[in-house]
Design a binder for this molecule. Structure first.
Ligand SMILES: Cc1ncc(COP(=O)(O)O)c(C=O)c1O
Length: 415
């Protein structure tokens, strides 16, 4: 990475920017402004290079600025930057729909931008599916305990993280907790069950026991929606986490790593059973009443196709699996650390929950933030979730880089 003159990149202290999930009072943008990314590193405005230890919140797959994705983006931008998909198609969107269906065994892909938009589409598809089939009383949704599906109103209603939802009761609706006993699946008012497979990332890399999914196998009436927005594209060792659970979705939400972590694109994939319920004469008004301006954006779809090619060309899944196996002894070591309450890990999704009460916050907003800030000083960028230090590295990270993260973490935990 080459240095850039600071005058060109520094952010003024009276920044006009309002950042997500960030208390802006006291936030100093000059301390955390990223100006460049290459491979597994981000470079900040002060010239420091940092290991992107959360893959920029679970998005980056092949590293930043991979030449194959950069090339695909620039070629597509010069060919067709955007054209609406409301009643029109484009070749990259067609090709990506084909690829995603081949990968998942599902039959059709509906594109949106962020993960939450894919979840909103799934919610509305499920409602309209049952309305189209003449069962309009199926209007309830089932969610996991500790679930998280995004920050728009429907996705928030499906989420179970009180802190995020508390001010928004007026615009969210009640959802039913999943009891893993098939009881909720037998109700005749349930439209769909939403699940996060294996790992509940936003809950602090909470691991869901595989037995929890057993009741979802086999025949059932409510639709099964699997949210792979955090877990998809190799993070748990398989392309999709549900492959390890013996369940098959009727609808599947993907986002984040879909473009390799380069552009906002998400998709709601559906089975033929779901798609067919929307086919009718125009005057019947059964088509899906939903869509976004940038749905199926050709540049984002081209980036995604390039990312999927890289999975094959660079054996990305195998690299991710061997990286996870390589750092597993470090996790075992942390499990016995007096400042660590629990280590939770599946593939490249790792949460290290601290005994916060045993650690000194030393003026930081919490002990976990003090540790994260110290890691930053040592060249590792992560963001705590409550008391949990997360490590979700890009799939192509070298073991030595991740070992260096653990070395710095061990120092931060004792100092
Ligand atoms: C499981 C899951 N679903 C949905 C979302 C929302 O995705 P986005 O932030 O792209 O809207 C997230 C984000 O972390 C997630 O972890």
């Amino acid at each position: 990475m080459c240095a850039v003159p600071l005058a060109l990149v520094s952010t003024p202290l009276d920044s006009r920017l309002w950042l997500p999930f960030t208390q802006m009072r006291g936030f100093d943008p000059s301390a955390r402004t990223f100006v460049r990314g290459a491979g597994v590193e981000l470079e900040d405005a002060r010239g420091a290079r940092l290991f992107d230890a959360t893959s920029s919140i679970w998005t980056t797959i092949h590293g930043h600025g991979h030449p194959a994705i950069v090339e695909a983006i620039s070629r597509q931008a010069a060919t067709l930057d955007h054209a609406t998909t409301l009643g029109a198609s484009n070749p990259p969107a067609e090709a990506l729909a084909q690829r995603l269906c081949a990968l998942t065994g599902l039959d059709h892909a509906f594109f949106s931008a962020d993960g939450a938009s894919a979840v909103e589409a799934a919610l509305k598809m499920a409602l309209q599916y049952w309305a189209n089939l003449g069962e309009p009383e199926r209007t309830r949704f089932v969610r996991f305990v500790d679930s998280y599906h995004g920050d728009t109103t429907g996705a928030m209603s499906l989420s179970d993280i009180g802190l995020f939802k508390a001010p928004f009761g007026a615009i969210t609706f009640e959802t039913l907790p999943y009891d893993a006993m098939a009881r909720c699946l037998a109700r005749d008012d349930v439209a769909a069950v939403f699940v996060e497979p294996l790992v509940q990332a936003a809950a602090g890399m909470r691991l869901v026991p595989i037995a929890h999914y057993a009741a979802l196998r086999g025949a059932r009436k409510p639709l099964l929606v699997i949210d792979e927005i955090a877990t998809g594209f190799g993070r748990t060792g398989t392309m999709f986490a549900y492959e390890q659970l013996g369940i098959r979705p009727d609808l599947l939400c993907v986002g984040k790593g879909l473009t390799g972590g380069t552009l906002a694109l998400s998709a709601t994939l559906v089975s033929e059973r779901v798609y067919a319920a929307f086919l009718a004469q125009y005057r019947d008004g059964r088509h899906f009443f939903h869509g976004h301006s940038y749905a199926g954006n050709p540049i984002a779809c081209a980036a995604s196709l390039a990312s999927l090619d890289l999975f094959q060309r660079e054996d990305t899944l195998e690299r991710a699996r061997s990286l996870a196996a390589g750092f597993s002894p470090r996790l075992d070591r942390l499990r016995t650390h007096p400042s660590v309450r629990q280590v939770r890990a599946h593939g490249l999704m790792v949460g290290i929950e601290l005994h916060a009460e045993r650690l000194d916050a030393r003026g930081a907003i919490s002990a976990a933030w003090r540790v994260a800030n110290q890691l930053y000083e040592q060249g590792h960028f992560t963001r705590p979730i409550g008391d949990v230090i997360q490590l979700v590295p890009p799939l192509i990270s070298e073991l030595a880089t991740v070992e260096a993260f653990f070395d710095a973490l061990e120092v931060a935990l004792v100092s």
